[in-house]
Design a protein around this ligand. Structure first.
Ligand SMILES: Nc1ncnc2c1ncn2[C@@H]1O[C@H](COP(=O)(O)OP(=O)(O)OP(=O)(O)O)[C@@H](O)[C@H]1O
Length: 276
């Protein structure tokens, strides 16, 4: 990524001090247009704090947080509180901050697989359906920067990979930058341009290939880390469709995706089935 282009957001030696301790310290982070940057790390390692500081929801107590002038941000938070007493349909949710044409709302909901719930009350949606609707809400605004704090929580395994495919497609279509937090290491490693591995500070950073080979990453994630390395190596040979099915490189479509179904090149793998 050319350093001539101004980053959408940047943190320079940023630290956040709360309740008499540093939650994060010495964090350097930049997100440029068109790239996907992912924050990974154990629970409580400061991923949400870093993300909130980067987009201006938290103020750094040391260092700097900068945002490009007039930057528009689409933010899908980790928790979304719905007031149970206020009826709100999915259609209305899409237009809460700005109104959009009906056909655009329908098209966007369709792209994340929840069009059938357009007139349902958001209170009745399942966790995964609500998450998809919230992602659609972020998509429709076509922000310069899309920020997703654990975008696939509550979404089932097949749907999870499909949503990451959509996020990637959205980036390709709009050229926006994407900052996300994820625990789904294998998908992250396949879809991300740059990874920051956090544990209160930046343990390691770089391309997924580089990070998965870093001893600090392996120490933090142990066995899961090794699994994600194996999956990363063959994860580019299929696409997840909105309905959860899988389209393979040869054009065929199957309900699931397993290592030994005849669609994969096994030359670089370390074994174990996976569902995408
Ligand atoms: N406002 C606050 N005041 C005091 N402590 C806080 C505050 N916000 C977060 N923390 C603490 O800071 C640490 C980092 O929290 P953060 O939510 O950034 O972690 P995370 O990596 O996103 O975790 P998870 O994977 O569990 O979502 C946690 O120990 C949390 O309890």
């Amino acid at each position: 990524m050319s350093q001539q282009i101004e980053p959408l957001i940047s943190l320079k030696s940023a630290g956040v001090y709360r309740a008499k301790r540093w939650l994060i310290r010495d964090i350097n982070l930049e997100v440029y247009p068109g790239e996907i940057v992912t924050l990974i790390g154990p629970n409580g390692s400061g991923k949400s704090t870093t993300l909130k500081t980067a987009i201006g929801l938290e103020k750094p107590d040391e260092g700097q947080a900068r945002r490009k002038k007039d930057l528009t941000i689409g933010y899908v938070p980790q928790k979304f509180h719905i007031d149970g007493t206020m009826p709100l349909t999915v259609r209305r949710l899409m237009s809460l901050t700005k109104s959009y044409p009906n056909d655009l709302i329908e098209e966007t909901l369709k792209s994340v697989g929840v069009l059938e719930y357009i007139d349902a009350s958001v209170q009745t949606l399942s966790g995964g359906e609500l998450q998809r609707a919230l992602i659609a809400r972020a998509f429709i605004a076509k922000p310069d920067l899309l920020v997703l704090d654990e975008p696939v929580q509550g979404v089932d395994y097949a749907g999870e990979a499909a949503l990451y495919d959509m996020i990637e497609a959205f980036r390709a279509e709009t050229g926006c930058g994407i900052l996300l937090i994820s625990h789904d290491l294998h998908v992250v490693m396949a879809k991300t341009d740059r990874v920051l591995c956090l544990n209160g500070h930046v343990c390691c950073t770089g391309t997924p290939e580089r990070v998965v080979n870093d001893p600090q990453y392996l120490e933090l994630f142990g066995a899961r880390a090794t699994e994600s390395v194996a999956l990363y190596r063959h994860d580019h040979d299929h696409t997840h469709l909105v309905d959860g099915r899988v389209m393979h490189k040869d054009g065929s479509i199957t309900d699931h995706c397993h290592n030994h179904d005849g669609h994969h090149d096994h030359s670089a793998e370390k074994g174990g089935d996976h569902a995408g």
